[in-house]
Design a protein around this ligand. Structure first.
Ligand SMILES: Nc1ncnc2c1ncn2[C@@H]1O[C@H](COP(=O)(O)OP(=O)(O)O)[C@@H](O)[C@H]1O
Ligand SMILES: [Mg+2]
Length: 223
């Protein structure tokens, strides 16, 4: 199946599921407003609502994924990217005793789509958090090398088995229970759209390094 067919399939499936899902949700929302519901009935309607909402948000993710990437270019500060992402992950990191830090001797500012690069970096950082069971470190390094910005995200997590390594960028590939497996696929699509590169090196049991290379002047020039 080529990329276009895949796109059509995902879009078609999402479309087929969206309507029944909306019907389930609106009816369950009506039912739960009934007075004097028995607690066990209320609980089961709540599960129906939660399940349908989960389905809706997954659906949104899939359709988002099947759309072409449209870039809205602006100035992106790597320091700001890191600070915003670290703020979101703060609680998770505290709970798991993960030290999250950056090594940015000088801020690197590039021409890119802030929102989308943020999503890509956040997906990578989230994987690092998930790869660390308890106690560990995540380090984001950034530097300019000629016309390229290089961002490295290292973690001391469980690493990836050499057997799994070739698959990690494939859509819907996940080794996690309940994992959706589109985090890295989405990140790579965003980086590719910026004419950048994304690589992953890992030592099973030791940790992982994800390297993102982007043209500092933006995808308009291949400097
Ligand atoms: N930092 C990491 N450490 C260990 N394994 C990783 C890391 N990043 C990615 N992986 C592997 O790549 C797979 C795909 O990642 P991703 O696309 O984000 O999907 P998901 O996180 O939903 O599993 C993960 O299931 C995991 O096996
Ligand atoms: Mg992920």
């Amino acid at each position: 199946m080529n990329g276009k067919d895949f796109e059509k399939l995902v879009f078609g499936m999402a479309h087929q599921i969206r309507n029944p899902c909306a019907i389930i949700l609106s009816n369950a929302n009506l039912l739960i407003q009934q007075p004097d519901l028995k607690p066990e009935i209320r609980r089961s309607i709540e599960s129906i609502i939660n399940g349908a909402k989960y389905l809706e948000s997954r659906l949104a993710e899939f359709t988002e994924f099947s759309k072409p990437v449209v870039l809205n270019l602006n100035k992106v500060s790597i320091r700001k990217l890191f600070n915003d992402a670290a703020a979101l992950l703060k609680d998770k990191c505290r709970l798991k005793m993960i030290k999250i830090s950056s090594d940015l001797p000088q801020d690197v500012v590039l021409q890119a789509d802030f929102h989308q690069i943020f999503l890509a970096v956040l997906n990578v950082l989230l994987n690092s958090v998930e790869a660390i069971d308890h106690h560990g470190a995540i380090l984001l390094k950034g530097r300019l090398d000629g016309g390229r910005a290089i961002v490295e995200i290292e973690d001391t997590g469980m690493g990836i088995h050499p057997r799994d390594l070739p698959e990690v960028f494939s859509p819907f590939y996940s080794t996690k229970p309940g994992g959706v497996g589109i985090g890295l696929a989405v990140a790579k699509r965003v980086i590719d759209a910026h004419l950048g590169k994304m690589e992953l090196k890992s030592r099973h049991g030791k940790g992982t390094v994800v390297t993102i290379t982007l043209p500092a002047q933006g995808p308009g020039s291949r400097g």
